[in-house]
Design a protein around this ligand. Sequence first.
Ligand code: ZN
Ligand code: ZN
Length: 236
Amino acid sequence: MLSNSIMSLIDNCSIFNQSCLLCKTQNSAFGLCEDCKAMLPRLPDAHCLLCADPVATGHCCGSCQRSPPHFDALHAPYLFGYPLNAIIYAMKYGKRLELTGVLHHLMSEFAAKTSLYSDMVLPVPLSKERLAQRGFNQSDSLAQAIAVTMHSRFSPTLCWRKRNTVPQASLGRAERHRNLRNAFGVKQRIDGLSVAIVDDVATSGTTLSALAEILKKQGAKRVDAWVLCRASFPKT
Ligand SMILES: [Zn+2]
Ligand SMILES: [Zn+2]
């Protein structure tokens, strides 16, 4: 039983006393009530063990068999569908920073359900220009959620993005790969370490794969990619 003093502290703590972002129910812990949380678009249990493709029926999807990504596995609790896509857009482009708390909580819950551990956890870095434009890296808070849950090291400055690459969404698969080649830098050797790289959404998987590739060149023994939502990758 929680003591009365702890309960009154919780009642007065804004994080436990918000209205639900979606249905406005009062006293929704972390900004989403349980009913609305249950309606978020979950990644189906049947998915590719490498890239989390939800249409895969076997162990590993055809695309990963033909050309495996450089990360060892992609972990995602949700699909990039309504209303999560709307929440992420509002957070990133509408600068609704209060929404990062909701997404942070969803990522913590997911990480807590796994028994995965990495020695270092870092957000996919933004270029200096993009960071200046947006004012924050939307993946920082998600990476922190995973680092805290795993009792691991949050290492946001291990990697940087060298230049502002053309938006990946406008390119085909081969062009994406070219666009990202050499886009990332790593500050130091990380021989024998396992690394978790974190982003909000995986739209093609190529950004995560390119970052995993350079981390492995710097000695990482394993790279796990984590995203809150996995979009359907275009099949090309
Ligand atoms: Zn609700
Ligand atoms: Zn796959």
